[in-house]
Design a protein around this ligand. Structure first.
Ligand SMILES: NC(=O)c1ccc[n+]([C@@H]2O[C@H](COP(=O)([O-])OP(=O)(O)OC[C@H]3O[C@@H](n4cnc5c(N)ncnc54)[C@H](O)[C@@H]3O)[C@@H](O)[C@H]2O)c1
Length: 259
């Protein structure tokens, strides 16, 4: 079994971490990748390494998404694959009233509305190509993460969005699935480590890496973190013809945390 992709893929948040690995693996499988990131320099760097194109875009800005989608379609061709990977973590909130309106708005705008905006902006081309949408959500959208309510609730909403889009696109033969990663070491953890330390009553504290390693020991049955490539490999599969009859699923890549 050899996975071969044919067409343009949009990877949001592709300038770092999981999105950068997705860009590389989708490209290896044959896709031409449009790397979209709020950090345009990071997007260019990752895109150039695989012969793709980088685009600066804030996924929470609907007008900017529509404009960037048009540019990608004109410059690279209408995309067949959409990977909604851009995401932000929220500040700690325990009790949840610690979170401000700004925390809720920023998290939902990026993690939920951004994915909906991109699916809408690329809708016609995805339908014409019987394409695939992959949303990167989180185990915190499957099991509650009480230490960061806006993030956890936004990822639940992103899983809900996945199911709604899957029903809407099903008759057009466009699949829509979500990957729910567990613990992947990435720049995101530089912020999240602080959140976790506070969430564990500040008992241990430590560096972000120490907090991360502690979480793995405590929570992951298979005993190791997930790599960006663990997540990216599933994205490639979900975009392939082998997965054409899978839609509306939230698939954990979490070393057994959600068992
Ligand atoms: N790292 C983990 O342990 C983990 C676990 C579960 C889920 N996730 C999810 O995986 C996805 C990728 O996370 P990561 O760990 O690679 O994080 P990361 O911080 O390394 O990368 C996220 C990328 O998204 C970009 N981005 C942020 N806001 C944006 C916006 N409004 N518009 C466009 N781009 C934006 C950032 O610039 C960055 O390049 C996120 O959705 C995250 O919630 C990560």
């Amino acid at each position: 079994m050899r996975v071969t992709l044919d067409g343009v893929a949009v990877v949001t948040g592709g300038g770092n971490g999981i999105g950068a690995a997705m860009t590389e693996m989708l490209s290896q499988a044959g896709a031409q990748v449009a790397v979209v990131d709020i950090d345009g320099t990071a997007a260019q760097r990752v895109a150039q390494a695989v012969g793709g194109t980088g685009y600066a875009c804030d996924v929470a800005d609907e007008a900017g998404v529509v404009e960037t989608a048009k540019r990608i379609s004109t410059e690279m061709g209408a995309p067949r694959y959409l990977v909604n990977n851009a995401g932000v973590v929220s500040r700690p909130g325990q009790p949840f009233t610690d979170n401000t309106e700004e925390d809720w708005d920023r998290t939902f705008a990026t993690n939920v509305k951004g994915a909906a905006f991109w699916a809408g902006a690329l809708r016609d081309g995805l339908i014409a190509r019987e394409g695939h949408i992959v949303n990167v959500t989180s185990i915190t959208g499957v099991i509650a993460a009480p230490f960061m309510p806006p993030y956890s609730v936004s990822k639940s909403a992103a899983n809900g969005l996945t199911r709604v889009l899957a029903r809407q696109f099903a008759k057009d033969k466009v699949s829509v699935n979500a990957i729910a990663p567990g613990f992947v070491w990435s720049p995101l953890w530089e912020d999240l480590g602080e959140v976790m330390a506070i969430a564990s009553d500040g008992a241990q504290g430590g560096t972000a890496q120490e907090v991360f390693d502690g979480r793995i020991r405590d929570l992951v049955p298979m005993g190791r973190p997930q790599s960006p490539e663990d997540i990216a490999a599933l994205a490639v599969f979900l975009c392939s013809p082998f997965a054409s009859n899978i839609t509306g699923q939230i698939i954990g890549v979490d070393g057994g945390i959600t068992i």
